[in-house]
Design a protein around this ligand. Structure first.
Ligand code: HEM
Length: 482
């Protein structure tokens, strides 16, 4: 299928030929933004893109195996074929380095952090970061996550009055609390931690951290300038993080440092070179842990709670499981593996609302994808937003059905077409951390509260740094009788 417009944007989509499937469950589908019309001019497309990366895509990408977009300035391939995704992420990741266009706004803040480096520099960082996040470490920091979940349950009490409220600021606070407690053994209410959070917000206002507009056809030779305000807020955040890093270095030197993630990161040598992160390296890395670790988890938990409001049957099952499995007197890591319903709900939430909706790579050399020539330098887009709802791989693709995670068919679909944490060498190092956090906090909240959606305030998902509700995610909360 081909479409071409006057302005010279060419779009070719390879279809699978499958018929549309109907929703077998007869339940309202969770909200998703309207896709753009099929044929639009180049300028209209740019306008859609600037609005939101999700609604800039045509509906047929939920059925296509690949789509090619050619504009006067860039050439991009959206890969929806699991074999291609595998090739790019696992097979030959070195030939498809991370494209930095999407993250240009991050440079003043994150310096040379692991999220935005490639090649040897990135490999060294990964060799130090991976051991700090392996699953054994998650067990050790679990009590800090538990404390954050208990604190979050208490913070919800004043809004458990059946009045509509936006849950996103609460899940953001919770995710940030988890990060600061596990990294630096301090709660989000700590003076420096909350100053960092406020400064992050200000920075985001001065320049959105992930700038979907930067994907637009701006020639590469145009310099990307960062405004004065952006540079000032970035420098302020970095100085606050430096303060925490220096305090921690003092504790390590005095032999009094807690066994938290920051201590691990600051003392683990690279097994190949024997070097450790310098204080300046740590500022780069902490910036991304705070950012990647809190925005993503906050988004997933907010959507999970919203979906619970829309599906009271699943909510009741999850609450019953939480009451049975969680014993407040016993802070056991093994509890999380017994929260099977909460895990299925959390997975199903990330299928429908993947916190990171798309990955961007670049072809380092010419390639052939599905018999098409992919010129060197082309953008390679891997879209969780589409693959997680792809009609070839999922029954009832836009419907909410945590039950699928307990079927062989559902597990096979997940193996082929579910990767909220990416895959391969650049897979999210925080995935075990995030799954533990997500499942535990969801269960803890549902154990105490009943949630309901607010019909007059149905959310519209938009991709900002992560997938959020355009005007928030509104719920009503009441205490649950336990
Ligand atoms: C539900 C929660 C989370 C989701 C869905 C998620 C998802 C992802 C994805 C998709 C990537 C790859 C991005 C790309 O290649 O362009 C990524 C990278 C990363 N994530 Fe996560 N993440 C989550 C939580 C966390 C947490 C809790 C941390 C740390 C505390 C973390 C730290 C990182 C880092 C450092 C990277 C960069 C890795 C690299 O480029 O080598 N993430 N994450």
């Amino acid at each position: 299928m081909h479409g071409e417009d006057d302005a010279g944007m060419v779009e070719a989509t390879e279809m699978t030929g499958k018929a549309e499937k109907s929703c077998p469950l007869h339940r309202p589908e969770p909200p998703r933004p309207a896709s753009r019309p099929r044929d639009v001019s180049f300028l209209q497309w740019v306008r859609y893109f600037r609005q939101d990366i999700l609604s800039a895509q045509p509906e047929r990408l939920f059925r296509a195996k690949m789509a090619e977009f050619r504009t006067p300035f860039f050439h991009s391939f959206l890969c929806n074929d699991p074999d291609l995704v595998d090739l790019v992420l696992r097979g030959r990741p070195g030939d498809f380095p991370k494209s930095m266009r999407l993250f240009e706004g991050l440079a003043p803040l994150l310096g040379h952090s692991i999220f935005i480096t490639n090649g040897e520099e990135w490999q060294r960082q990964r060799r130090i970061v991976d051991p700090a996040f392996e699953s054994g470490r998650v067990r050790e920091i679990y009590p800090a996550m538990w404390d954050a979940a208990v604190a979050a349950v208490a913070r919800f009490a004043p809004v458990a009055d059946d009045q509509p409220f936006d849950v996103e600021p609460y899940t953001s606070h919770l995710a940030l609390d988890v990060i600061f407690r596990t990294l630096f053994s301090i709660p989000a209410e700590n003076e420096t931690a909350s100053a960092i959070f406020t400064a992050f917000r200000e920075h985001q206002r001065s320049r959105p951290l992930v700038n979907t507009g930067s994907l637009l056809p701006l020639p590469r030779w145009v310099p990307r300038l960062h405004g004065r305000k952006t540079r000032t807020t970035a420098a302020h955040i970095r100085s606050l993080i430096r303060q925490l890093v220096d305090e921690h270095a003092g504790l390590i030197a005095a032999g009094k440092a807690p066994d938290d993630l920051a201590t691990r990161l600051m003392t683990t040598p690279d097994p190949e070179t024997g070097t450790v992160f310098s204080a300046e390296d740590m500022v780069d890395q902490i910036g991304i842990f705070v950012l990647a670790g809190h925005e993503t988890s906050a988004s997933a938990l907010a959507w999970a709670l919203w979906l619970m409001g829309q599906h009271p049957d699943w909510q009741d099952k999850a609450a019953a499981e939480a009451c049975k499995v969680i014993d407040p007197g016993k802070i056991y890591f093994s509890t999380v593996s017994r929260l099977k319903i909460a895990r299925a709900i959390f997975n199903e939430t990330m299928r429908l609302y993947p916190p990171v909706p798309m990955l961007l790579r670049e072809a380092a050399k010419e390639e052939i994808f599905r018999k098409r020539r992919v010129p060197k330098g082309s953008q390679v887009v891997i879209s969780q937003w589409h693959l997680h709802r792809h009609e070839d791989h999922w029954d009832n693709p836009h419907g909410f059905d945590p039950g699928r995670w307990n079927t062989d068919e559902g597990r096979e679909s997940a193996r082929r077409a579910f990767f909220p944490f990416s895959a391969g060498l650049r897979v999210c190092p925080g995935s075990a951390f995030a799954m533990t956090e997500g499942v535990l906090t969801l269960a803890m909240i549902l154990r105490h509260y009943r949630v309901e959606t607010v019909p007059e305030r149905l959310p519209v998902p938009v991709a900002q740094l992560t997938i959020r509700g355009r005007d928030g995610l509104w719920l009503r909360l009441t205490q649950r009788d336990t």
